[in-house]
Design a protein around this ligand. Structure first.
Ligand SMILES: Cc1cc2nc3c(=O)[nH]c(=O)nc-3n(C[C@H](O)[C@H](O)[C@H](O)COP(=O)(O)O)c2cc1C
Length: 191
């Protein structure tokens, strides 16, 4: 079934970053995406701040921030996730939010969602391991990851300053990934 936003010929993308850090490199990537002002594309950012540690006992009466997160995911046509790499995997804050939004059993908010990932680190592997790890989770949750372009931002301290992307090549690549996600979303929805 076509989604409401696609019918209106507008693609709504929900973006979130797996970092709560002020001046997060990863949040900077999605802020740059949200500022692109592409015609027919809306990008909203959701902060994972305030999502409590998952506890299955709380599923019966979901915390308000979890409810808001799930609703934002549901009402989006596609997701854009900035994934920091912690110990060659996803940060707990992101995995925790994903766990919440995938539950309770049978109520997986991520079901059938097109998703693109990107990530930034001061290191030299550019969050590739974490983003590939995410793909295993995405497969289980029936998301549809965009394959290309991939975006692994290395040496982020040289490209992002005070929470803002300053490197022109990085800005260009963010715009390309958003364009590709929009095309991918239309393709998945038969548009
Ligand atoms: C607990 C921890 C583990 C980390 N592990 C990795 C890692 O495996 N690979 C990597 O490239 N950077 C690693 N880093 C560095 C992060 O990429 C860096 O802190 C980055 O700024 C986090 O993203 P943010 O700026 O969006 O918060 C790690 C940082 C922390 C705090």
């Amino acid at each position: 079934m076509l989604k409401v936003n696609l019918m209106a010929n507008n693609i709504k993308i929900l973006a979130f970053a797996g970092s709560l850090r002020a001046n997060s490199y990863n949040e900077a990537l999605i802020k740059e995406a949200a500022g692109l002002q592409k015609e027919g594309v809306t990008i909203e950012i959701f902060s994972l701040e305030g999502i409590p540690i998952y506890n299955q006992d709380l599923e019966k009466d979901e915390p308000a921030r979890v409810k808001a997160f799930k609703e934002s995911i549901r009402s989006a046509d596609a997701l854009l996730i900035a994934i920091p790499e912690y110990n060659r995997s996803l940060p707990g804050v992101l995995k925790n939010a994903i766990d919440w939004a995938s539950r309770p059993y049978g109520d997986n908010s991520f079901d059938d969602k097109p998703v693109a990932t990107l990530g930034a680190t001061g290191g030299s592997i550019g969050t590739a391991v974490a983003q590939y790890h995410f793909r295993e989770i995405a497969a289980f949750l029936n998301m549809h990851p965009l394959e290309k372009p991939q975006m692994f931002v290395t040496d982020a301290h040289k490209k992002i300053e005070n929470g803002k992307v300053v490197d022109e090549e990085t800005k260009k690549r963010i715009a390309e990934i958003v364009d590709a996600l929009v095309k991918w979303t239309k393709r998945i929805n038969g548009k």
